[in-house]
Design a protein around this ligand. Structure first.
Ligand code: ATP
Ligand code: MN
Ligand code: MN
Length: 308
């Protein structure tokens, strides 16, 4: 046994009942967080995080050599995965069927960390009703050079438009550059309606205020603008999960906030695992709003907005 292998065997740990190998391996070189720290973070936030993540199809961003090495998105279940990572067959748009992953327990989150997962990305629907989304997301992506103040102003404008449609929303800083405006939904509509609603809303912004907004993904059209990424609301698309760590230098977390908290915030990547743990005695802002449905009233209000 080489010295390196021995050191790694020595650093095996049991976290939340799950065996985590090489737990002393540094994953975030700048922040100094190890694989064990990542697993322990997910153990501590598990109950809170599972309210938003349990029982929905997942993509995992895995970084076996830490965040400075190659990271890859894993969308489908594979052999030899920890027990807590379950699999569910889902019919694709083209008619084929693929096995997707989901977790339901703290052991599932920690098991994913054992597989070097840093980020969890979720579908907008749960496995018991995959055709009925229970969340809609507006992913605000600022062009380089825009201030966070511009993003916050955009988030407030999206919130106001949603309010006018009778939909309550919650901001989430992504731990990266932007904010997701999340709308908890009653499961009364199918994907088509949610995709339509989000596309129309983004297009209204881009049409009304083309100097500040774009609704198309093209980087060229983003110049100095905010891309209102509504494509997260298509069946099979994902968005980063609330409470997920981000595989970026500062080891920040994607964190739902109250609108007041967002107003006072200077950057979208300032919440780290310890900050999040310190907030767990407070309710999650996402659980503080009533899910609403995208019914005829909401669609009529949206179409009124597009005429005004
Ligand atoms: P930021 O605030 O920095 O934009 P973000 O999480 O919103 O952070 P985006 O690049 O806007 O990052 O991506 C939005 C979402 O789209 C991601 O959270 C992820 O779920 C999904 N996504 C982006 N790129 C990929 C990819 N290569 N493979 C799979 N899903 C992706
Ligand atoms: Mn984004
Ligand atoms: Mn995006």
């Amino acid at each position: 046994v080489s010295a390196k292998a021995e050191a790694e065997i020595d650093s095996d740990a049991t976290i939340g009942g799950v065996k985590v190998s090489s737990s002393d391996r540094v994953v975030f070189p700048d922040a100094g967080l190890t694989k064990g720290d990542v697993a322990r973070y997910y153990e501590v936030v598990a109950d809170r995080m599972l309210t938003h993540v349990a029982d929905r199809p997942l993509s995992l961003l895995r970084c076996p050599d830490g965040i400075s090495g190659d990271c890859f998105f894993q969308k489908h279940a594979g052999k030899g995965f920890p027990d807590g990572i379950r699999s569910i067959p889902i019919e694709e748009k083209d008619g084929g069927t693929e096995d997707y992953m989901y977790v339901s327990t703290p052991g599932g989150l920690i098991g994913a960390a054992q597989m070097s997962t840093i980020e969890f990305h979720i579908w907008g629907a749960a496995r018991d009703r995959l055709d009925r989304p229970d969340r809609m997301v507006f992913d605000l992506d600022p062009d380089e050079g825009l201030d966070f103040a511009d993003v916050k102003r955009a988030a407030g404008e999206v919130r106001a438009a949603l309010d006018a449609c009778g939909l309550a929303s919650v901001p989430m800083v992504t731990g990266g550059k932007g904010v997701h405006v999340i709308v908890p939904l009653r499961r009364i509509s199918e994907w088509d309606s949610v995709t339509y609603f989000s596309r129309v809303l983004a297009t209204i912004f881009a049409t009304r205020d083309p100097a500040r907004y774009t609704a198309t993904m093209s980087k060229a059209k983003r110049k100095g603008r905010i891309f209102i990424d509504w494509l997260r609301n298509e069946r099979g698309a994902t968005a980063v999960a609330p409470y997920s760590l981000r595989a970026r230098g500062g080891a920040a977390v994607a964190l739902p906030l109250t609108w007041d908290e967002l107003g006072d915030l200077e950057r979208p990547d300032t919440f780290h695992p310890a900050d999040v743990e310190a907030r767990l005695d407070r309710p999650c802002p996402l659980d503080q709003v009533e899910p609403r449905g995208i019914g005829k009233g909401a669609v009529r209000a949206l179409e009124d907005l597009s005429k005004s």
